[in-house]
Design a binder for this molecule. Structure first.
Ligand SMILES: [Mg+2]
Length: 282
């Protein structure tokens, strides 16, 4: 597959759905040239929305984390996160009781903003299990993997409550050489043990694409053919974008390396419209 320069794509499309980790930033900070890409989109009078499978921070905290990277123009409303989708679900469907979670205290904002009482599974006592009306997988940090995953297992064994996975990602790169298991891996482990399927939010499912599409259409009538989805992961960003009917670009700055891209595209049959070294420009 031939590579396309991202400059060309900036001219060709009017709206850019950008994945966050692996496209805009990574473990080392800002990906080179992404400050210029975002500025160029703004200068051209075009639009971008960051579509991220992240339930560890709310929109304000996401924007703050971008400001720390020097991306001062990024606003809270520029983000669509899988945590927001989980929050909407809780708001609409869970009307009472405690919502317990695996994740950091920051992540629990998605529960409290939905109007529910959030109690970390690590602070939940077995005698209160009957008060729990839902359980949410938010993040891979903020709990003891040994103790609290077993607690979750025991809670769900006897209580048939809705279980929501707010970040379905299995892994994330921790450094150039190492990966870590993400919340999606923990939830799959428990699904396997319990023999049930949880409710999942995040790419490749369509909710976030729909939400982003609604945002840009509130601002200006936009056809799907005007939008480019840019991501570093075939199974989430590219598959989700393709299914939603958007053009897709795989950026080789994250989960998919240049050496394995051709093989992974062929073996998964998830085919991006474009392949770019990076979404950052010079
Ligand atoms: Mg990514």
């Amino acid at each position: 597959m031939e590579k396309t320069s991202f400059e060309t794509l900036l001219d060709r499309y009017n709206v850019f759905f950008l994945d966050s980790y692996g496209v805009i930033k990574n473990h080392g900070g800002l990906i080179e040239g992404m400050d210029r890409t975002i500025q160029r989109i703004i200068d051209l009078g075009k639009r971008y929305v960051v579509l991220t499978n992240d339930a560890s921070r709310n929109q304000e905290q996401l924007a703050e984390s971008y400001h720390k990277l020097g991306l001062y123009n990024v606003k809270p409303e520029d983000f669509v996160s899988s945590g927001m989708m989980a929050k909407n679900f809780l708001q609409a469907k869970i009307k009472q009781g405690i919502v317990t979670y695996l994740g950091t205290d920051n992540a629990s904002l998605y529960i409290s903003e939905a109007g529910r009482e959030a109690v970390s599974i690590s602070k939940l006592q077995p005698e209160n299990y009957h008060e729990v009306s839902a359980m949410v997988f938010l993040d891979d940090e903020g709990f003891d993997w040994n103790i609290d995953i077993n607690k979750t297992l025991n809670l769900l064994r006897f209580h048939n409550i809705p279980v929501i996975v707010a970040n379905t990602d299995m892994i994330y790169p921790k450094s150039n050489r190492e990966i870590n298991m993400a919340a999606g891996s923990v939830s799959r482990l428990l699904e396997n043990i319990l023999g049930r399927s949880f409710i999942k939010f995040g790419k490749p499912d369509s909710q976030m694409f729909m939400y982003g599409f609604d945002i840009v259409n509130k601002y200006q009538i936009t056809a799907k053919s005007d939008i480019l989805m840019v991501g570093d992961t075939l199974h989430t960003d590219i598959l989700g974008g393709n299914k939603f009917g958007l053009a897709t670009a795989l950026a080789l700055t994250g989960n998919t390396s240049e050496t394995e891209a051709a093989f992974l595209i062929r073996s998964s049959n998830i085919i991006p419209d474009y392949l770019c070294d990076s979404a950052g420009i010079g």
